[in-house]
Design a binder for this molecule. Structure first.
Ligand code: BES
Ligand code: ZN
Ligand code: ZN
Length: 485
């Protein structure tokens, strides 16, 4: 169960408390005894990063921040400190835990809560046997001390709910979550959070001639879907919408160019982009942000099969362009391309797509950065970079020079879906650009969206990459739209 987050104005002497400090000082509101204070101060002077005091009926956890680092790095340090403390906190079986700050920065409390909420997630819906560890539990209530205004806590709750939801979707294997089931999950999220959804099923996708999505789906026994999400507030600040597109490959076997070795192992997560878009809509709708946004999610699995599309096929896409299939494992760009050209009907101000698209992006940045590229105005790129630092889902820009576009030329069709081994993340982006009539930013989360091991509070079990980044981006855009325009 996810802990609930509440505001608290007074800490009572018997409550267990986490407190973030910057100096070697013990805030009076912790109500420690003289001996406890002396012990804590000694530890802080010894440069301990965390100090744990186990009193008779309560626990106190002190977290000492490093001085003189940029504010956004401090925020991340606090989230990571929460992840580092989660085992100790769990072993103490608190029902509730107060989070407080002895620094002037009250946001620190929200950051710690965020780090903890993201750390304590687990995917155990299919586990039927209890193990030893079940004796211990995380606190079911986090009580934030000194946070003024409801807005911060509400945003934190909605945002972390979204990350939990996204992780659940990523963790579901394809035998439980095929494309149709993903569409149902999107629709039920829409109902709960208050955004509109429409699901185009196979007949409609055929009628629209979405050749990319249909080609990838041909080896599958399950039909494809194309989900349309819409959040249109009463008085949006924008007249043309922002369109978010997520890759929804519910399983990527590679198709006839089947993945070898261990490369197929985590490919149930190849819909992390689609899940992220769903999560962003959840947060934006819950918070009723005044920005009009459309979401597009093309979804299918990619499998070999009697009727599977093949290397060498030439397919006609939704926008009538033809594509030579150089590799059936470069399927993400085919389904995204249809969605990107479909987006033209909304005359968007900007299109952002998010996808676990290339091993190349993962090889370049590891799990530390989302690969970003595109042809949109710098003001959007700058804002994304800024949001990336604040939520610590950093984006790093790759060159997008037109020469890279030459690498995907085809002799027998308008374009090829692969461009050779070099610059793989960029040529994938260039492929997408060919289908976009409107400004495009492409986010490749192959490195950050699927992890091999936990990275602090970014859990191996579906980190939820991009949800906090894009939610923050929409929040900032809805605030600063007129200034940015
Ligand atoms: N879903 C994969 C990319 C991927 C790899 C995501 C590792 C997460 C972790 C994508 O569909 C793919 O297979 N890409 C190929 C493209 C190649 C055939 C041009 C790749 O990157 O190897
Ligand atoms: Zn693939
Ligand atoms: Zn894929």
């Amino acid at each position: 169960m996810k802990p609930v987050v509440q505001h608290i104005s007074q800490i009572s002497p018997d409550q267990s408390v986490v407190c973030i400090v910057e100096k070697n000082e013990i805030p009076a509101f912790l109500k420690l005894t003289t001996a406890e204070k002396e012990y804590a101060l000694r530890k802080l002077r010894e440069e301990e990063e965390t100090v744990f005091i186990n009193s008779y009926f309560k626990c106190t956890y002190l977290i000492k921040l490093k001085k003189s680092i940029e504010h956004y790095r401090k925020r991340e340090e606090i989230r990571k400190a929460a992840a580092a403390l989660k085992k100790l906190i769990r072993s103490n079986n608190h029902d509730e835990l107060v989070i407080s700050s002895g620094t002037s920065d009250k946001e620190a409390v929200l950051d710690f809560a965020e780090g903890l909420l993201l750390s304590v997630y687990s995917f155990d819906k299919y586990r039927t046997v209890d193990d030893e560890e079940e004796k211990y539990h995380y606190p079911s209530r986090l009580l934030l001390h000194g946070v003024t205004g409801k807005e911060g806590i509400q945003w934190l709750t909605d945002l972390t709910d979204a990350v939990w939801l996204v992780r659940d979707l990523i963790n579901e294997p394809v035998n439980h979550l095929n494309a149709l089931a993903l569409a149902e999950a999107v629709a039920s999220t829409g109902k709960k959070a208050g955004f509109r959804t429409e699901v185009l099923t196979k007949g409609k996708i055929e009628a629209l001639k979405m050749g990319g999505l249909l080609a990838v789906n041909r080896g599958s026994v399950d039909p494809p879907v194309f989900c349309i999400l819409e959040w249109k507030p009463g008085k949006p600040v924008n007249s043309s919408p922002l369109v978010l597109i997520g890759k929804g490959v519910v399983y990527d076997s590679g198709g006839l160019n089947i993945k070898t070795g261990d490369y197929m192992a985590q490919m149930k997560g190849d819909m992390a982009g689609a899940a992220a878009v769903t999560g962003v809509f959840h947060t934006v709708a819950k918070s009723k942000l005044p920005l009009h946004i459309i979401g597009l999610i093309p979804a299918t699995d990619n499998r070999p099969g009697g009727n599977a599309y093949t290397q060498g096929d030439i397919i006609t896409m939704y926008n009538k362009m033809t594509v030579e299939v150089g590799n059936t494992d470069a399927e993400g760009r085919l389904i995204l391309a249809d969605a990107i050209s479909y987006a033209a009907k909304y005359r968007p101000m900007l299109i952002i797509d998010i996808a676990t698209l290339t091993g190349s992006a993962a090889m370049t940045f590891g799990n530390q950065a989302i690969a970003m590229m595109g042809n949109a105005d710098r003001k959007f790129v700058n804002l994304l970079e800024e949001c990336g630092r604040e939520v610590y889902e950093r984006v790093s820009e790759l060159p997008f020079w037109e020469e890279y576009g030459d690498m995907i030329k085809s002799k027998i069709a308008d374009v090829r879906n692969v461009g050779g081994r070099e610059a793989g993340a960029i040529t994938a982006g260039k492929f997408l650009e060919k289908f976009s009539e409107y400004p495009l930013i492409h986010l490749d989360i192959a490195g950050t969206g699927i992890l091999k091991k936990d990275d602090h509070y970014r859990l191996r079990e579906g980190p939820g990459s991009g949800v906090r980044l894009l939610s923050e981006f929409v929040r900032r855009l809805s605030k600063e739209y007129n200034k940015l325009k």
